[in-house]
Write a protein that binds this ligand. Structure first.
Ligand SMILES: NC(=O)c1ccc[n+]([C@@H]2O[C@H](COP(=O)([O-])OP(=O)(O)OC[C@H]3O[C@@H](n4cnc5c(N)ncnc54)[C@H](OP(=O)(O)O)[C@@H]3O)[C@@H](O)[C@H]2O)c1
Length: 284
């Protein structure tokens, strides 16, 4: 698998990461979650995706503690600002608190979590200033549909957006119709959230599907790994599966060594076709 994409500002971004939603929220799971993060990093998964929203900062604090003994420059840290904090009077406060919780002095990427009331130029202006100051290395957006991306890119500085993090998995492929082609044209990379359909719960029966099972068996994989391999088969795609267990994190890391054949991808296409018309962006 191609391990990195090169963003338009020259930054190399790993294509496989670890999602941190719900991580660090329950003390009974802390030991297992620490181990999962550490084993993930030790196995070469250096991208970590969190947000000020997750556990109201607890996810960021947990990540900060878990990564303490690692070389910061080897990691790629992504966090997100809540729409309600994205105005020019709040965003710096949010960013500084994210940095403090993560125990770092810069983010590799800062995302506008979803669209709120702040006008796009105001968000862009703040993001661009943080890049100039060196406290973030790049910025992007999340949950933007095609018309939102078009509007963003039309504003001065908006073209410097490097990723759009959106829901994408084998059972939800609406973005392939028009969002992905538009982003490709603008050199904005897609970052797939819920790549495992949240353990299958977002697409009932997907992990028991005959085609998925057959492909899993032939590669000696789990069906979750097949879902992840499908997402990563698109060389532009970045994926951030979440796991609270070291075993699952290592299984996800192992998917970097899996290549689905053209025939297998075609079978998955037939079983879970991408829509041939516009559908609204899926969110969770
Ligand atoms: N920007 C946004 O609006 C947005 C929205 C949603 C999510 N996200 C980001 O995307 C990340 C991923 O999405 P998600 O957490 O919603 O869902 P997900 O990664 O699709 O699924 C997570 C679930 O899959 C299970 N799992 C993980 N690896 C597995 C494996 N190898 N085999 C079997 N089960 C496995 C996990 O259980 P175990 O813990 O037991 O392994 C967990 O229940 C989030 O953590 C977050 O960072 C962003």
């Amino acid at each position: 698998m191609k391990e990195f994409v090169t963003l338009k500002n020259g930054l190399k971004m790993p294509r496989l990461g670890m999602g941190m939603w719900y991580i660090g929220e329950e003390s009974s799971k802390a030991r297992s979650e620490y181990e999962a993060i550490r084993m993930g990093i030790d196995s070469g998964v250096k991208l970590i995706d969190t947000a000020e929203m997750y556990g109201m900062g607890r996810s960021e604090s947990f990540v900060g503690r878990a990564i303490k003994n690692y070389d910061r420059s080897s990691l790629f840290l992504v966090s997100k600002v809540l729409p309600s904090n994205a105005g020019r009077n709040h965003i710096r406060y949010s960013l500084e608190h994210s940095l403090k919780r993560l125990e770092t002095d810069y983010l590799d990427m800062y995302l506008y979590h979803w669209i709120g009331d702040t006008p796009f130029p105001e968000v862009v202006e703040s993001m661009e200033r943080f890049v100039e100051e060196g406290i973030i290395r790049s910025w992007g957006v999340s949950n933007f549909d095609t018309e939102d991306m078009v509007e963003l890119v039309e504003h001065s500085g908006g073209e410097n957006c490097v990723v759009n993090q959106v829901l994408y998995h084998l059972g939800s492929r609406g973005i392939e119709y028009d969002l992905l082609p538009y982003m490709k044209e603008k050199n904005i990379y897609p970052m797939s959230y819920c790549p495992l359909a949240q353990g299958g719960s977002l697409a009932k029966g997907i992990l028991q599907n005959e085609t998925v099972l057959t492909i899993a068996k032939s590669h000696n994989l789990s069906t979750s790994q097949v879902l992840l391999a499908f997402v990563l088969a698109n060389e532009d795609m970045i994926a951030i599966p979440r796991s609270s267990s070291a075993r699952h994190t290592l299984e996800n890391a192992a998917v970097r060594n899996i290549t689905l054949t053209a025939e297998e991808l075609e079978l998955l296409n037939q079983a879970f076709p991408a829509p041939n018309h516009k559908v609204p962006l899926d969110v969770c």
